[in-house]
Design a binder for this molecule. Structure first.
Ligand SMILES: [Zn+2]
Length: 344
């Protein structure tokens, strides 16, 4: 089979390679991949800038759906031909305390597809049965491949944040996760929804307005803190979601969140914060991290996508065969498109 391999940490060490079809264990299935989303983390690995552990060489791809081609002897709930999407925790220690709590996404020894375990940018991938979720017939493989980033956003906004009906919400960072967080905020009953980016984000901020943001800031270098001082009572937002991850975005979040408000941080950034946290104390703000997702989030998100309550049409920008990967990676890297999906 052909797979897209990240073979070293050096920038642009990604190429298509001929690989053996993976063998499977008793509790695994062999999945014939039908669609695999390209994630910001794939782009970081392509550019040689991941801030997490990668086991080189590795087949990229952790947002995927497919058809079961083969089942292991002890697989109980799935059979050949089933249409499924897969979670991302490829390997979990069986005695994990967090696995027992259902919070296996937070298990420090968890190994993920496409970073530490071969992922789905290939014709086939080996997947443990516990990762699988059945897809309704009406849900396309392309949209199902975006279940994973939707689950990241759902967990951040609908599980780890609190939105009261009519609350004002700001999302910093209009990348795929930020835009999906905006969709989740809308779904949760947010009132005024603002998406904040930088000048290079003009195209993505236009999509933010399509998905329901009343206001977008940053495309024309607006002074965000100044805008917020003139917004309603001037105290700031009930909830700020940091989907950018750089230090400047957390600093901005502290400036524009209202007293007793909440900041949820879902974006990553390896740099030291390098600013004062006094506003966190003075405003008595709740700062909440959010990482990955678990089983109930997946079941909920699949039903929301299938029913059309989560509309992915504005987000899913481009489809390509596996050998068209470079064009998609470059277009996402430059911010030209929001989200690409490969069809291996
Ligand atoms: Zn991802």
């Amino acid at each position: 089979m052909t797979g897209l391999v990240n073979f070293a940490k050096e920038p642009y060490s990604v190429q298509l390679r001929e690989l053996l079809v993976p063998g499977i264990g008793e509790e695994d299935v062999l999945l014939a991949v039908q669609a695999v989303g390209v994630c910001g983390s794939d782009i970081h690995m392509y550019a040689g800038t991941p801030s997490w552990h990668v086991k080189y060489p590795v087949v990229l791809g952790h947002e995927f759906s497919g058809v079961i081609a083969k089942v292991g002897a002890r697989v109980r709930s799935f059979k050949e031909g089933d249409r499924v999407a897969s979670e991302t925790a490829a390997v979990l220690p069986p005695d994990s305390v967090y696995l027992r709590r259902g919070l296996y996404n937070l298990e420090p020894k968890r190994l993920g597809f496409g970073g530490e375990v071969d992922g789905a940018m290939a014709q086939f991938v080996k997947v443990p049965e516990r990762c699988l979720h059945r897809l309704p017939g009406s849900l396309s493989f392309e949209k199902a491949a975006l279940t994973e980033p939707c689950c990241v956003a759902y967990n951040a906004v609908c599980v780890n944040s609190h939105i009261g009906a009519g609350d004002s919400v700001a999302v910093i960072g209009p990348g795929p996760i930020g835009l999906l967080c905006a969709i989740m905020a809308r779904l949760s009953g947010a009132g005024h929804l603002v998406v904040i980016g930088v000048a290079a984000d003009a195209g993505r901020l236009k999509i933010a307005r399509q998905i329901g943001a009343q206001t977008t800031l940053g495309a024309h270098n607006e002074d965000v803190a100044d805008w917020v001082r003139n917004f309603r009572d001037g105290y700031g937002f009930d909830l700020v979601i940091d989907a950018a991850g750089v230090s400047a975005s957390l600093k901005l979040a502290l400036d524009i969140v209202r007293p007793a408000g909440q900041i949820t941080k879902v974006g990553w950034g390896p740099q030291p914060f390098n600013a004062s946290l006094d506003l966190l104390v003075k405003k008595a703000v709740t700062l909440q991290g959010s990482f990955s997702h678990n089983w109930p989030v997946w079941e909920m998100v699949i039903s929301l996508i299938a029913s059309g309550k989560i509309d992915l049409d504005p987000i899913l920008s481009r489809l390509a065969p596996l050998d068209g990967w470079r064009e998609i990676f470059d277009a996402m890297h430059s911010g030209e498109i929001v989200k690409g999906v490969l069809k291996p």
